[in-house]
Design a protein around this ligand. Structure first.
Ligand SMILES: C[S@@+](CC[C@H](N)C(=O)[O-])C[C@H]1O[C@@H](n2cnc3c(N)ncnc32)[C@H](O)[C@@H]1O
Length: 260
């Protein structure tokens, strides 16, 4: 019996997040073509979850690698995406085996969408993570990070609703986000996330509730960790890959390259 946290039930996670994945894969491949065409078609997804991007990227000719800190997700992703190399690993300590050759990074397209990177516990862990990804990046490679920025004190609680279905299982998730209370310590910067899942199988309805936190970043804090890691901003886009600057608040794909 899986736990109540969404990540401990990869099949349910995958049902919820499958819609739209083909479009996201197209955007990622397009970002590689526009900003990293001199870098190899080798992709790395930190926090890859159920591995939903890997089959699509492999079909587009990418060699695919990923890691995740949840063993259930890793097991599921290995079955769902046999073409990928998927390891158990954490943001700041993941294995770089196969991602470098003679000390040089091989990865042309690293990516971490939908705020997953905000699962880091602190700025120190974030900088270690970004440096580790940088060490695997080909000199012309890019790291595409999907992140929502915070304007502390100005944000209101918000709610998202996700739905999906597969083979007679219908899933709905209502997620509430309670903004950070301050801009200094990791504790103040913790955005509270509360999830209620409703899973329908025939006449059976199961409800699962869980909570977790995500570390918040103002634009200044986010740009500071990018610099500290020796990366630079190559472009910012909206979810479909069109140029877009989110200003102080909101979600964008940040295309990062090596500063040196
Ligand atoms: C929202 S899911 C995203 C999965 C996938 N990237 C996607 O877009 O569908 C976030 C993932 O981050 C993983 N995660 C959380 N903390 C992590 C850490 N410290 N290191 C690596 N993965 C982590 C979770 O296990 C989960 O699979």
């Amino acid at each position: 019996m899986p736990g109540t946290h969404l990540y401990s039930d990869p099949e349910i996670y995958d049902i919820l997040h499958a819609p739209g994945t083909a479009d996201e894969v197209r955007t990622l491949a397009d970002v590689h073509r526009r900003f990293a065409s001199d870098a190899p078609k080798i992709a790395l997804e930190p926090a890859c979850g159920s591995g939903r991007y890997f089959p699509g990227l492999a079909r587009r000719g990418f060699e695919v690698h990923g890691f995740d800190a949840n063993a259930d997700m890793v097991r599921y992703a290995r079955k769902a995406a046999a073409q990928a190399t998927i390891r158990f690993g954490r943001f700041d300590t993941f294995s770089t085996a196969g991602l470098k050759r003679r000390g040089e990074g091989r990865v042309g397209l690293a990516f971490c969408p939908i705020n997953s990177i905000r699962h880091v516990a602190s700025d120190t862990e974030m900088v270690r993570h970004l440096k580790r990804v940088k060490s695997c990046l080909h000199p012309q490679g890019v790291y595409v990070v999907g992140i929502s920025l915070s304007a502390y004190g100005l944000e209101m609680p918000t709610e998202d609703i996700w739905t999906g279905s597969r083979r007679g299982v219908r899933v709905k998730q209502v997620v509430s986000f309670i903004p950070a209370t301050g801009d200094r310590t990791a504790r103040e910067r913790a955005e509270q996330v509360h999830s209620v899942l409703e899973i329908r199988k025939g006449r059976n309805v199961e409800t699962r509730s869980s909570s977790y936190t995500l570390l918040s970043y103002s634009r200044e804090q986010w740009e500071a960790v990018i610099r500290r890691a020796g990366l630079r901003v190559v472009a910012r886009t909206q979810e479909q890959g069109r140029a877009y600057d989110p200003g102080e608040i909101g979600y964008a794909l940040w295309v990062l390259g090596r500063a040196n």
